[in-house]
Design a binder for this molecule. Structure first.
Ligand code: DGT
Ligand code: CA
Ligand code: CA
Ligand code: ZN
Length: 589
C-alpha cells in the first residue's frame, strides 16, 4: 500500500482549512487544521507512520480525535471524506480563483459556472480577451481589478522574506547542520548575516572536519524535517526548498574543508558589490579572491594554484591592507574607504550596549501586555529603564490614550514602579497631526519624560505638504524623537514622500533625536537616511516599538540596523544611564 507523505498530508489539511473558511466555519476550527498542517511538516516521516499505526497522533500538539482521523485516512488512502465533500460542494477551480485578492465568492461562483474557468491562467486569459466584462455584475473595471489581483498574487509568491522570519527559520536549521557528523563549524551567511531587512534565500557555510565526508553532511542536511525538496546536489553545494511552514524558503548549503571556512564564509556573506571592490584591491596586490580562497597571481596576472592560507575574516582584510569590516557594513557604501584609512568605528553600537528600552505600548492603547508585564519583562532582560509610550488620543484606531486615562496610566506606572527594579519613564507616542502639531497640550507634554512623535495617518500627502508638516513638528520647542520616520511597512507600504534632508536640517537646529525603529516590519529609517541624520550631528534612540513582551526582543534588530548605518555607541541615547537619558530627552528641557 502506498502511503501519502507528510508534506502531501499537510497540503491536504491546508486545503481543508481553506475550504472550511469558505464555508464560513469558525476561525477556531480552521486554525486547528492549519496548526496540524504545520505540526506534520515539522515531524519526521517515520514518526508519522509510527503515530498513525499506533493510533497516537493525538500526542501531537493541537491534534484532537477528529483531525487525527483525517490524517490517518490521508496517510493511508490519499484522501479523506471531509476533503472530498468540501471539494464536491464547489465547482472545480473555485478555491484557486478565490485566492485572487478582492474576488469574493459570489463573483468566483459566476466565473466558474458561467465561463467554466478553473485556473488563474484561464481567468487571466478570459479577462484579457474581454470575456469577463459581459457577465452580470462585472464590467471593464472589474476585469482590470482581477488582472491586478492576479499580478499581486504572483508578486506575493516571489516576495522576499522578512529578516525576522528568515532568522526564525535559519537558526534552528544551522543548529541542525552543526549536529551533522564531520561538521567543524557552520554559519549562516548571505544577506541574513548582513542583517538586510529582507532575505531572498538562506546561505549556510560548513567547515568540514579532517577525514569527514561531504556526503555525510549533505545527507544530514537533506534529512532536516522541514526540507520538502532537494533541488540540486553537487560536490560542494546543495540547494533545498523548505516546507510551507518554513516559508517555502530556499537554502544554499556550501561545504568546504575547514581550512577554507573563513574565505568561504566571507565569500557567501557578500555583498556582491563589496566583493567587486575587494577583488580590485586584491588584484593590485597580485592576488585573486574567490569562493575557493585567496590565490597568488603570476607575473602575467593569471591565477596560480598557490593558495594564501587565511584563518579568519580579519586576516583576509589584513592581507588586503584593510581593516576588518563587520558584515552589516559590507554593502560598498563607503566602508572600503573607511577600512583603507583604518577608520571603521571601533565603537559601533552592539547588542550589549543598550541600557533602556524605548517605545513600548501597553494595554492602555494597542499593546497586548500590561504595564506590569512589560516592566517585569524588561527587568528580566536586565534593562535599566523602560519608556511607556502609548498612542495619543487622535490614534483612535489604536486606542489612543485620552487625558483622563493618561492620569490613570501615571498612577499605574507609579504603582508598578514599587514592584520592579527597572526605572519606568512615562511618555507618549504622539501622533503628528496633519498640521504638524502634537496631540496633547504642551502643559501635558511637559509632564512626560519622553515624547516620540510619529506619523500614523495621511501618508498620501504630496511631498511638499508632508515636508512642511514634518518641519513644523521638528521646529516645536519640546524635545521629540522622530518615530519610525517614513512610515514604511516592509513589503506592505512604501516610505511616504517627503524631503528627508530638509526635515533633518530643521531637527538638527532644534531639539530632538531620530528613532532607529527595530520592529522587523518597519526597520525605519533605512541606513542611508540614518547616515544623513548622523552627518547632521543628530542623536538617535534604538527602539523596540514593542506591542508585547516578546517584542522587547526587537531591540536586537534596531541595533543591527544602527550598525548598518555605522552608528557608534555614543550616538545612541539609550546606551546612557537612566538619569542621563532622561535629562537629555525631557520634553520641557
Ligand atoms: P539575497 O539572497 O538576495 O537576500 O542576498 P544574498 O547577498 O544572500 O545573495 P545570494 O544568496 O545570491 O548570494 C550570497 C552571497 O554569495 C552574495 O552576497 C555574494 C556571493 N555571491 C553569490 N553569487 C555571486 C556572484 O555571482 N559573484 C560574486 N562576487 N559573489 C557572489
Ligand atoms: Ca541569500
Ligand atoms: Ca543563495
Ligand atoms: Zn507608531
Amino acid at each position: 500500500m502506498s502511503r501519502m507523505g507528510k508534506f502531501d498530508v499537510a497540503r491536504a489539511l491546508r486545503e481543508i482549512a481553506e475550504l472550511l473558511k469558505m464555508r464560513g466555519e469558525s476561525q477556531f476550527k480552521t486554525r486547528a487544521y492549519e496548526n496540524a498542517s504545520r505540526a506534520l511538516e515539522a515531524l519526521d516521516e517515520e514518526r508519522l507512520t509510527l503515530l498513525v499505526d499506533e493510533g497516537r497522533l493525538t500526542e501531537l500538539p493541537g491534534v484532537g480525535d477528529s483531525i487525527a482521523g483525517r490524517i490517518t485516512d490521508l496517510h493511508r488512502t490519499g484522501t479523506t471524506k471531509l476533503l472530498e465533500e468540501l471539494r464536491g460542494a464547489l465547482p472545480p477551480g473555485f478555491l484557486e480563483l478565490s485566492r485572487v485578492p478582492n474576488l469574493g465568492p459570489k463573483k468566483v461562483d459566476v466565473l466558474t459556472r458561467e465561463l467554466g474557468l478553473t485556473s488563474l491562467e484561464a481567468l487571466e486569459a478570459a479577462c484579457r480577451a474581454g470575456r469577463v466584462r459581459g457577465l452580470k455584475g462585472f464590467g471593464e473595471k472589474t476585469e482590470q481589478k482581477i488582472l491586478e489581483g492576479i499580478a499581486q498574487l504572483r508578486e506575493k509568491k516571489t516576495e522576499r522574506a522578512l529578516l525576522v522570519d528568515a532568522l526564525a527559520i535559519g537558526e534552528p536549521l544551522v543548529a541542525h547542520v552543526r549536529a551533522a557528523p564531520g561538521v567543524a563549524r557552520a554559519e549562516l551567511a548571505g544577506s541574513l548575516r548582513r542583517w538586510k531587512e529582507t532575505v531572498a534565500d538562506l546561505d549556510c557555510v560548513v567547515g568540514l572536519a579532517d577525514g569527514a565526508t561531504v556526503d555525510g553532511v549533505m545527507d544530514h542536511f537533506c534529512a532536516y524535517a522541514l526540507v520538502e525538496a532537494v533541488e540540486s546536489r553537487g560536490d560542494t553545494k546543495c540547494t533545498v526548498r523548505l516546507a510551507q511552514a518554513a516559508g517555502s524558503m530556499q537554502v544554499d548549503l556550501r561545504v568546504v574543508p575547514d581550512v577554507d571556512f573563513a574565505t568561504a564564509l566571507h565569500h557567501f556573506t557578500g555583498s556582491k558589490e563589496h566583493h567587486v571592490r575587494l577583488r580590485g584591491i586584491a588584484r593590485g596586490l597580485g592576488l585573486t579572491i574567490s569562493e575557493w580562497g585567496l590565490y597568488r597571481l603570476d607575473e602575467k596576472g593569471a591565477a596560480t594554484d598557490e593558495k594564501v592560507p587565511i584563518a579568519t575574516e580579519a586576516a583576509l582584510y589584513e592581507r588586503l591592507g584593510l581593516e576588518y569590516v563587520p558584515p552589516e557594513l559590507r554593502e560598498n557604501v563607503g566602508e572600503i574607504e573607511l577600512a583603507e584609512r583604518r577608520a571603521i568605528p571601533k565603537d559601533l553600537v552592539d547588542e550589549g550596549d543598550l541600557r533602556g528600552v524605548v517605545h513600548c505600548h501597553t494595554v492602555f492603547s494597542d499593546g497586548r501586555n500590561t504595564v506590569e508585564e512589560m516592566a517585569r519583562a524588561a527587568d528580566a532582560l536586565g534593562m535599566e529603564y523602560l519608556t511607556i509610550t502609548d498612542h495619543s488620543p487622535t490614534a483612535g484606531y489604536a486606542g489612543g490614550v485620552g487625558l483622563d486615562r493618561l492620569k490613570a496610566q501615571w498612577d499605574e506606572i507609579a504603582r508598578v514602579q514599587e514592584l520592579v527594579k527597572v526605572r519606568l519613564l512615562r511618555g507618549t507616542e504622539s501622533d503628528i497631526l496633519e498640521d504638524g502639531a502634537l496631540d496633547y497640550p504642551d502643559s501635558v507634554l511637559e509632564q512626560l519624560d519622553v515624547v516620540i512623535a510619529s506619523v500614523h495617518n495621511r501618508y498620501g500627502l504630496d511631498g511638499a505638504k508632508m515636508t512642511a508638516r514634518l518641519k513644523r513638528t521638528m521646529e516645536l520647542p519640546i524635545y521629540k524623537i522622530w518615530g519610525h520616520p517614513l512610515g514604511r511597512l516592509i513589503n506592505r507600504r512604501e516610505p511616504f514622500d517627503c524631503r528627508v534632508e530638509e526635515i533633518l536640517d530643521v531637527l538638527a537646529r532644534g531639539r530632538g533625536a531620530v528613532e532607529v525603529n527595530g520592529d522587523p516590519n518597519r526597520l525605519d529609517f533605512e541606513p542611508r537616511w540614518l547616515r544623513a541624520a548622523a552627518e547632521r550631528g543628530l542623536d538617535f534612540v534604538v527602539s523596540a516599538d514593542a506591542h508585547s513582551v516578546a517584542a522587547l526582543g526587537y531591540l536586537r534588530f534596531g541595533v543591527h540596523l544602527a550598525r548598518r548605518a555605522g552608528l557608534r555607541r555614543g550616538q545612541i541615547l539609550n546606551t546612557r544611564d537612566a538619569d542621563s537619558f532622561r535629562a537629555t530627552v525631557r520634553p520641557a528641557g
